[in-house]
Design a protein around this ligand. Structure first.
Ligand SMILES: Cc1ncc(COP(=O)(O)O)c(C=O)c1O
Length: 396
């Protein structure tokens, strides 16, 4: 499958630029490949890395292994229920009382929405609202999966349940709450799932990352195992034991106890997901900017492009020129707020009006910059589908 510059150029030749697109043929291949990578585990779809209803539906229609959404806010979870989705695990705690109340009301009607917690203040807030609503609200606990090696923190700071002992204490305390039920356990090993092995921006740090990943896997696996055993002893069996992300599937799929793996970024497969040794997915999303000026020979300027990704500031957070080959962003200006200059040393004879294709460094954030995604299939635009933003929704 060769989707080169001419392929995309022909597909969008009648469309106004800038635009964001999804290559549906590549997306479908990624959906299939991710289902295979999961082995016999289910996959929960991380909506933050998609932010488009059409794509979410396409994933669920493709394979029965795709079960449930990991949502990123309470408002988004409520929106997804309105859109016809069910089985939603909130990936992060929420403290908005109205949203918790509305979720409890939906629980009462039989919808499955699980709230994330990692401390007593989360649990007692949910419990008090669930009590008022006369419902038992399912909750999940998030146990930290990062590793500390000789004072070096390898992972992220999220949950307050850092050790097995922290988790045990919290699980025991939860038994005192009558209107919440512990039904799920989540542990997100961000240092494996979200850190590439060969990101050029990390330079020689990549050697250390590889070493630390190897060291971290058995360490957090043991922690998760002990927490699972304790929950089994103390309460009922858990419905869901959720782990991982796009970058860690190969380890999650062989881990006993884990029932499902969360995956989001792998479907669009943005630039930061090019840098893993354990898989390669196809670049299924991007955006096209028009050349509007030519300041000098071999140098052009596009309209738009400053769609920098979140996280620690670094060169790898800016979009990467994709097609045609030979486009190079300047160090001084990068991807600009409304203008992106580039040097061109490729084979095309570019001119004002031509499109330049870029890929975002992350997956879902592209959809916060465009109202629509143009769906390209077998060489032409077959449909335009609104992003969350295009539906008037901005959750974070
Ligand atoms: C809790 C949680 N689970 C899973 C993921 C994995 O998502 P992705 O596949 O998009 O990397 C993330 C991403 O940040 C996350 O925060």
């Amino acid at each position: 499958m060769n989707h080169d510059y001419n392929y995309y150029n022909t597909a969008i030749k009648n469309e106004a630029l800038p635009l964001a697109f999804v290559d549906v043929d590549f997306l479908d291949k990624n959906i299939k490949a991710i289902a295979e990578r999961a082995g016999n585990k289910n996959i929960r779809v991380a909506s933050k890395s998609i932010r488009n209803i059409w794509t979410l539906k396409r994933i669920f229609e493709a394979n029965k292994k795709y079960q449930g959404v990991m949502s990123f806010t309470g408002a988004e979870a409520l929106f997804l229920i309105e859109q016809g989705f069910d089985d939603i695990l909130l990936g992060y705690p929420i403290i908005d009382k109205n949203q918790i109340r509305n979720i409890c009301k939906l629980t009462k009607t039989g919808k499955k929405i699980i709230l994330m917690t990692d401390c007593i203040s989360h649990a007692s807030l949910i419990n008090s609202i669930a009590e008022e609503e006369q419902v038992t609200q399912p909750i999940c606990i998030d146990v930290d999966m990062s590793s500390d090696f000789l004072g070096l923190h390898f992972g992220v700071y999220r949950s307050s349940l850092i050790s097995v002992r922290d988790a045990k204490t919290y699980i025991t305390q939860l038994l005192n709450f009558k209107n919440v039920k512990l039904t799920a356990l989540m542990g997100y090993e961000a240092q494996i799932a979200g850190v590439g092995d060969t990101n050029p921006a990390n330079g020689i740090k990549n050697f250390a990352i590889k070493f630390l990943k190897k060291k971290s896997i058995p360490e957090y696996t043991q922690r998760r195992k002990e927490v699972i055993e304790y929950i089994k002893q103390k309460c009922t069996t858990l419905e869901i034991i959720n782990a991982g992300g796009t970058g860690s599937m190969e380890w999650n799929k062989v881990e006993d106890g884990v029932t499902e793996i969360t995956v989001g970024s792998g479907f669009f497969s943005p630039v930061l997901f090019d840098y893993y040794d354990n898989f390669k997915h196809l670049p299924a999303a991007g955006f096209a900017l028009p050349i509007v000026r030519q300041p000098k020979d071999r140098m052009f300027t596009c309209l738009g492009g400053g769609y920098i990704a979140s996280g620690s500031v670094g060169i790898d957070k800016q979009p990467k020129p994709y097609l045609p080959e030979g486009v190079q962003i300047t160090e001084n200006e990068g991807c600009g707020e409304v203008q992106t200059p580039f040097v061109y040393n490729g084979k095309q004879s570019l001119k004002i009006g031509d499109a330049i294709f870029f890929r975002h460094s992350k997956a879902g954030e592209l959809c916060e910059r465009f109202n629509e995604l143009y769906l390209i299939k077998e060489g032409s635009v077959v449909e335009k589908t609104p992003t969350y933003r295009g539906m008037g929704k901005c959750f974070l």
